[in-house]
Design a protein around this ligand. Structure first.
Ligand code: PGA
Length: 260
């Protein structure tokens, strides 16, 4: 199932977080479908609320958009009141965000939870988007690269080289998420180069070159281009700005420009 090839393809992910009800999500998908042009080299992935996935999975044109879950529980089934498993998401989504900063910091997800979720996604044929990133305090202490490396080593602990081809990494500094305080593209690029180094050490040089690594954290249509033009950054994970159709469309167009 490996799909990573060394290419200049770009990826734009819209994380709608806990916004929009089912009907609003459906209308918004329709709006995006009318607005956004499909480009062969740009993959657009939408992560709506869990409750909208069923409806959107029937509505979406998969040539235009892929769907991602924002979260799930790592057991496949059982007495886990209120949870949804990757097994239940099979067929509804192609991707899943795993270890998003809000899951790590608001819901206290541990590295072990995240590692288990990576495994659960893979065993259910869902491609993990593993999110990593340091807090502001860790950055100020000069620990960014160590923290991110530890998150990668832990999250990918049981992953085979073959499975790695189905995994994307999203680097999101915690203090940049939802704050308007986005990283400088050159700073994001430097951390992403260190992410590739870690992947090379774990899985070999080709894997480190091939893996898709995105930046996220207060990306807007005004800032996306700076990241998308960096050679080591394969795309952007967009939260707030993904809920504004014109901005999101502009970001997709900037991704397309960056492929040319
Ligand atoms: P933001 O969110 O773009 O609103 O900062 C990014 C994310 O949470 O992935």
């Amino acid at each position: 199932m490996a799909n990573n090839t060394k290419d200049n393809d770009k990826i734009v992910i819209g994380n709608w977080k806990m916004n929009l009800n089912v009907q609003e999500s459906s209308l918004y998908l329709n709006k995006l479908a009318n607005l956004i042009q499909t480009h062969r080299d740009v993959k657009v992935i939408l992560a709506p609320s869990m409750i909208a996935l069923q409806t959107l999975s029937l509505q979406v044109n998969y040539h235009e958009f892929k769907l991602a879950a924002q979260n799930f529980y790592w057991r496949d089934e059982g007495a886990f009141t209120g949870e949804v498993s990757a097994t239940q998401l099979r067929g509804l989504v192609q991707y899943a965000l795993i270890g998003h900063s809000e899951r790590r910091h608001v819901f206290a997800e541990s590295d072990k939870d995240i590692r288990n979720k990576v495994q659960a996604a893979l065993r259910n044929g869902i491609k993990p988007i593993l999110c990593v990133g340091e807090t502001e305090w860790e950055r100020n202490e000069g620990e960014t690269e160590d923290i991110v490396r530890d998150q990668l080593v832990s999250g990918l602990a049981n992953v085979t080289s073959e499975d790695l081809g189905d995994i994307m990494i999203a680097y999101e500094p915690v203090s940049a998420i939802g704050t308007g305080d986005n990283s400088m593209p050159s700073d994001a690029e430097a951390v992403i180069v260190s992410i590739r180094k870690t992947i090379k050490r774990l899985f070999g040089a080709k894997a480190g070159d091939d893996i898709k690594v995105l930046y996220g954290g207060s990306v807007t249509s005004a800032t996306a281009g700076g990241y998308l033009l960096k050679p080591n950054i394969d795309g952007v994970l967009v939260g707030g700005a993904s809920l504004e159709s014109n901005q999101f469309n502009e970001i997709v167009e900037q991704a397309y420009e960056a492929t040319r």
